[in-house]
Write a protein that binds this ligand. Sequence first.
Ligand SMILES: [Zn+2]
Length: 259
Amino acid sequence: MKRYIDTHTHLYDADFADDIEDVISRAGNEGVISCIMPGIDMESHRGLMKLASEKPGFTHPATGLHPTSVNASWERELSFVYDNAADKSYVAIGEIGIDGYWSREFIEEQSVVFQKQLELAASLSLPVIIHSREATEEIFAVLDKTRHLGIQGVFHAFSGSPETYKRIRSYGNFLVGIGGVVTYKNSKLPATLAGIPIEHILLETDAPWLTPVPYRGKRNEPSHIPLIAAKIAETKGCSIDEVAEITTENAIKLFRLKI
Ligand SMILES: [Zn+2]
């Protein structure tokens, strides 16, 4: 039986409130043995931790202030992350980063918050989950400043160019999270994947968003992970088994999961 890990899923989102048990059992039926749930902000924190405590082993929580939640009260939000980050159940600091797509109003603050959370991750020896959207240069400017910290992590929802991938690797052991976008008709991602070894790839859904083909337009969920693995296997000319085995191993190693 294939084993997969969905390394980025928001199962605590309101979209799953009515049928979370079904969603989890469908994921299990497809071979998904574990899910990483990144944090967003104070408001969503309680729901995330509740689900993490109800499904230990299957769900693993991360904590972080998401760039789109950086607003006028960012200092309070950031203190909240700092205050509870030492909780041993967290497998990562994330998701953190910079998002220039939704709004650039707090773009300077986003950089500050990103850097502080990278430093926090380094002090706790935790990997990071990076959200980068229309902010590649801003992200790299911060990573240039924190290069000496030896941080590891993943660039979630990676859809960049081969050059961007190369630059990401220059910062150390950073993997790329590949999700539903790889199945989209005009995606350039399959071409980029040709130059990325499976050892540097993590599978993720970003559920409830970024649903892969043929379910695009509907709610995404972890049971769709094999569709992403199949597309990667096709692109790289290898078996789905190989994609499942290696990406699962990558996730276990990066997040130090006890599975
Ligand atoms: Zn996310």
